[in-house]
Design a protein around this ligand. Structure first.
Ligand code: FAD
Length: 356
């Protein structure tokens, strides 16, 4: 079903004709991930990206909102229009209060079978990954996970590009013989557009054809994450990170000090997690968090491809590295060649005085 041409360039692989019965599938859909009254921001990033795909296909863009009736759901619908949806498919039911695979999969697959979208995008969040896999298997269609780029080829196939072989190659995957073509994208990989609060659109309501007795999982209680210190790297405006160039765990403090003065989040490259110098929620890169801050300060980080894919979306990157040939200087906007153990405290002091 999903086929990988031998080149990342969209449209170069020999495309097979879409079976006749699948030609009715039209429009681009984005799952608007609503949980406990709040929408995951990846949904707005995907609507922004979905708009481009819909324009390339000359079709409509729709949001899919699944949730209980109430203020949170109403506002998710309104916001979906603000971020570019022409239409919202809405299933309101008390069974959709807490995420469970069964009712969400049923609601989504029924919508797809009734209204037939050609593209369906979901965030690669915990919820989105679970739902995407269940929906793709139920519909027997192709799903490309953790995409970094989406495009439309001349045959109207979605070309979904993602890193492979540990990030050393990019592959482009197309679902040529099934519909919808599904993809998940990690938060912050795609840019979020500015909302247009004057926009609205059509709401298409459908029922959830299910009762509580049909669902094997029961939610007994919802306990919010008690660890409020969890890093919010993905949504930070400024991120300061350290790598092996910091040399000793005690030197993590230099990164934390600069982050504190700048009101920034702090993070690191993967080896520091493996050494136990920082917790896993602070890893930046392909197997960690993707960040898109306004400013990223990377100290003692070489800039390996796996780190690069998670950080190059930053507006401005300042690299501090003792080696002028470090790969990070290939994609940093500003560079300081020097010892991070001296430069980090000097920057902290300079900003402390300026921001005092
Ligand atoms: P190094 O590559 O050792 O670089 C240290 C740098 O510090 C060097 O450039 C050196 O010149 C510089 N330096 C040394 N001393 C100083 C000093 N005093 N002042 C300033 N600079 C100094 N890595 C990630 O980061 N994130 C990931 O998500 C990730 N996922 C991976 C997934 C897979 C499947 C694999 C195989 C690898 C992954 N990696 C990931 C690891 C990645 O390949 C690199 O090994 C890692 O990013 C290197 O970390 P580093 O830059 O801290 O260390």
């Amino acid at each position: 079903m999903a086929q990988a041409p031998n080149t990342p360039a969209a449209g170069r692989g020999k495309s097979k004709e879409l079976p006749e019965h699948l030609k009715a599938y039209k429009n681009v859909w984005v799952f608007v991930e609503l949980e406990h009254g709040r929408v995951h921001p990846v949904s707005w990033e995907l609507l922004t990206e979905g708009r481009k795909l819909a324009a390339a296909l000359n079709v409509d863009l729709a949001g899919v909102v699944l949730g209980p009736s109430g203020e949170g759901t109403d506002s998710a619908v309104a916001e979906a229009f603000h971020y570019g949806a022409d239409r919202v498919y809405l299933v309101e039911d008390p069974l959709l209060e807490n995420y469970r695979t069964d009712p969400f999969t049923k609601a989504m697959t029924d919508l797809v079978n009734t209204h037939k979208p050609e593209v369906l995008l979901l965030g690669a969040s915990t919820l989105g990954r679970d739902l995407a896999g269940a929906v793709a298997t139920t519909l027997a269609t192709g799903l490309t996970a953790d995409c970094t780029e989406l495009a439309i080829d001349p045959n109207r196939n979605m070309a979904a590009t993602r890193p492979t072989f540990g990030g050393s190659l990019l592959c482009t995957i197309m679902t040529q013989q099934a519909r919808p073509q599904m993809a998940t994208v990690r938060p912050r990989v795609m840019a979020m557009g500015e909302p247009d609060r004057s926009r609205s659109g059509e709401v298409v309501r459908e029922r959830l054809d299910m009762v509580e007795e049909d669902i094997v999982t029961k939610v007994l209680d919802f306990i919010p994450d008690a660890d409020s210190n969890q890093a919010q790297l993905a949504f930070a405006d400024i991120v300061v990170a350290g790598g092996l160039g910091l040399q000793k765990p005690e030197n993590i403090k230099l990164v934390k000090d600069l982050a504190a003065v700048l009101g920034a989040e702090y993070g690191c490259s993967r080896p520091l997690i493996q050494k136990g110098w920082m917790t896993a929620d602070r890893q930046i890169g392909q197997t960690g968090k993707t960040i898109r801050p306004r400013l990223y300060i990377a100290a003692g980080i070489s800039g390996a491809i796996q780190h690069r894919v998670g950080s190059e979306g930053a507006d401005q990157i300042l690299a501090i590295n003792i080696d002028p040939n470090a790969p990070i200087f290939d994609f940093a906007h500003h560079g300081i060649v020097g010892d991070a153990l001296e430069i980090l405290p000097a920057l902290t002091e300079a900003f402390r005085q300026r921001l005092a």
